[in-house]
Design a protein around this ligand. Structure first.
Ligand code: HEM
Length: 516
């Protein structure tokens, strides 16, 4: 009997101990943050099979099912996708330092002269900080923006002149092509002192199309980068394409740099005051005492950074705005009325008119809301952190989905409608695009936010403002569909998929445009 009692007692103690242990484990688990939710992953490839060609659209659909933060694994790379303003703030502001670097890839490394040479893709370290300071104080600072204002005005006049001639002769305009020429001319004169549309030879021809190819290839997922056993193969031919882009760009740039070096030598040294970015960079290199290592490959990578970041983005935004205005003639008319009343017809819209043209500014914001040229802000975490109580580990790729937030009915009434008026209503009147309103982040936010934002905004006011002022816009007669096709092309940036071919009908006296 005694024996039975002892063993019963033993069993009871064992059960109590096990239950306590189980409770402790469960409570411990609860306290330790878990990964964000997400769909079921497959072995090895993770969620690669779910990805469509337009990543931001795939992520948008997934977040509608799984919530505003989700965890994905692309091959062996862990990813967190964020699609709400609160979580964007938590990632980009609260954890600004954790997410202050970007992910590199084979294509990025090949095209940008090796890891760490590009400013846009270098990690948050001494080189990035040095160039960031240079951007803020010199390259893209207020003094330089004023200095190059004449360049922007004169390039826009050339552009309008081409449109005016086409309009008068009834020819159609390939707006995609003309806008790319315009924006790359502006950047090219600032950087290299030459108009990119006037550079000649095979190398220059190749370079003109290179920047759009660069934003496209940078946005493609390379299976060789993310599935470890594919590392040695170039399954999608991305490495081969990257090498070809690199070869064309390098030939173009080498010629320009050596010509400038020759000119500087013939003058017996550098210039007294740098006229463009190239002179400034050569001065830094030749001074022999830059704060950080700055070699020829850094110089070429930096020029590529500015060309790619500044050319395609600005022309994409302008093209989307005009496409929306063709599809919404009421909005075009209203914007023309505003410009006619504020600016009149004796002069062209200028950058300084911006504060007096609220409807034009609302059109620009509305374009960014529905068509952010860079649809997702992409960063990588340097250490573990928590977002919304979920664990995000070091080396996680973060995607903040701008495109998705612009379509979120929590922030925007009738989100799929192009309606600039929403930015004139009280509830959205104070929303701007400068990185503090996290539901609208076309230029990103925090320390890695876009350093070219002020330049881009000034250029957009000038270009879109004068295009609205000078012309009525429509599709060519005989085009079956009366609306512009709004399909997007895949890539890091999101331009329209097809070139925009349209007709312009001049509505101001050419004397106003050309001054003669
Ligand atoms: C409409 C035009 C533009 C848009 C929508 C745009 C958008 C962006 C975005 C979303 C980022 C990433 C920000 C982040 O991670 O938080 C970025 C970065 C950058 N942008 Fe822009 N951008 C535009 C024009 C320009 C221009 C004109 C320049 C220079 C001439 C420029 C230079 C850069 C550079 C160098 C970076 C990388 C900064 C870094 O990594 O620290 N961008 N831009």
């Amino acid at each position: 009997m005694d024996q039975v009692e002892i063993s019963l007692h033993g069993y009871a103690t064992l059960i109590v101990l096990s239950a306590t242990l189980l409770l402790l484990v469960i409570r411990g688990r609860r306290r330790r943050p878990s990964s964000p939710p997400g769909p079921l992953a497959l072995p090895i490839i993770g969620h690669l099979h779910l990805l469509g060609p337009r990543l931001h659209q795939t992520f948008h659909d997934l977040s509608l099912r799984h919530g505003p933060i989700l965890h994905l694994r692309l091959g062996s790379v862990p990813c967190a996708v964020v699609s709400s303003a609160d979580l964007a703030r938590e990632s980009l502001k609260t954890h600004d330092l954790v997410f202050s670097s970007r992910q590199n890839s084979t294509a990025i490394d090949i095209i940008t002269y090796g890891y760490g040479s590009s400013f846009a893709f270098s990690p948050n370290g001494p080189y990035w900080r040095y160039i960031k300071k240079l951007c803020t104080t010199e390259l893209l600072g207020p003094r330089n923006l004023r200095h190059f204002q004449l360049v922007r005005t004169s390039e826009v006049k050339n552009f309008l002149e081409i449109l005016m001639q086409k309009g008068k002769s009834g020819e159609t305009v390939n707006l995609t092509e003309e806008l790319l020429k315009l924006t790359s001319n502006v950047i090219s004169v600032m950087m290299l002192g030459i108009r990119s549309s006037e550079t000649e030879g095979e190398a220059a021809e190749g370079a003109r199309t290179v920047f759009r190819e660069v934003t496209q290839i940078f946005g493609e997922f390379n299976v060789s980068d993310i599935v470890w056993f594919c590392r040695r193969f170039d399954l999608q031919g991305i490495k081969k394409r990257a090498l070809d882009i690199h070869r064309r760009y390098d030939a173009f740039l080498e010629k320009i740099i050596s010509d400038r070096e020759e000119l500087r030598r013939s003058r017996g040294g550098g210039v007294e005051e740098a006229n463009d970015f190239l002179d400034l960079f050569l001065d830094i290199m030749e001074s022999g005492k830059p704060e950080v290592e700055f070699t020829r490959k850094h110089l070429k990578a930096l020029i590529l950074d500015f060309f790619t970041a500044g050319t395609d983005t600005t022309s994409i935004a302008t093209e989307w705005a005009i496409a929306e205005l063709i599809n919404n003639p009421r909005i075009l008319k209203k914007a023309q009325q505003e410009i006619d009343e504020v600016v009149g017809s004796d002069r062209l819209v200028e950058e300084s008119d911006a504060p007096n043209l609220p409807y034009l500014m609302a059109i620009i914001k509305e374009t960014f809301r529905l068509h952010p040229p860079i649809p997702m802000i992409t960063r990588i975490s340097s250490s573990d952190c928590t977002i919304n109580g979920y664990k995000v580990s070091a080396k996680t790729l973060l995607f903040v989905n701008n495109w998705s937030m612009g379509r979120n009915p929590e922030y925007w009434k009738t989100p799929l409608e192009f309606l600039p008026e929403r930015f004139l209503e009280e509830e959205n009147a104070s929303v701007d695009v400068k990185g503090q309103h996290f539901e609208l982040l076309p230029f990103g936010s925090g320390r890695r936010g876009c350093p070219g934002m002020m330049l881009a905004l000034q250029e957009l006011v000038l270009v879109i403002g004068t295009m609205i002022q000078c012309f009525d816009w429509k599709l060519p007669d005989g085009v079956g569909c009366r609306r512009v096709d709004m399909t997007e092309r895949p890539g890091l940036a999101a331009p329209r998929a097809n070139e925009l071919i349209c007709c312009v009908v001049p509505r101001v006296d050419p004397v106003v445009v050309f001054g003669h």
